[in-house]
Ligand binder design. Sequence first.
Ligand code: K1U
Ligand code: ZN
Length: 172
Amino acid sequence: MAIRPILTVPDPVLKQVSKRVDAVTDETRVLMDDMLETMYAAPGIGLAAIQVGVPLRVIVMDLAKEDEKPEPRYFVNPEILETVDELQTYEEGCLSVPDFYDEVERPSRAKIRYLDYNGKEVTEWAEGMYAVCIQHEMDHLEGTLFIDHLSRLKRQFAINKVKKAKKVAAEA
Ligand code: K1U
Ligand code: ZN
């Protein structure tokens, strides 16, 4: 397994639409293993393949708390089949927009279908934090970041903050 660098805004790669995976192979599993290690190291609770520069419809996630047993989840070619009208608001973050958080409103439940680590098809309802995170990660597959749900002013503030932090780090 390997930790891969995470792309940050305003990298144009993050705006790409990711392509479907033909079949879940050992190569896909190497990518998912690397992504999970990268996500744990960051640390984060989710990661889309495009965030490590791979434009494929692959997501990893682990919503277990620090004191709980890890519960890695793998999603290949995930689709949202249905959402409810009820909305929930959560203060989101993103490893591609480090150190910036803001509230985003999304459907509180989403019915999703995806292939798991072994290529088995799963259909289930996501709710609570699972619904927040899967919708955030599936946005990445369309080249959409959570800051795209905010006002232009807030989005530009977030991008400028990341740019400035990168400049300071490069000068140190
Ligand atoms: O960059 C990403 O897509 C991952 C992102 C997932 C996410 C967080 C919050 C709402 C929606 C989606 C993160 O993991 S940001 C870091 C984070 O939330 C976190 C890090 C350590 C412990 C707990 C949470
Ligand atoms: Zn993100």
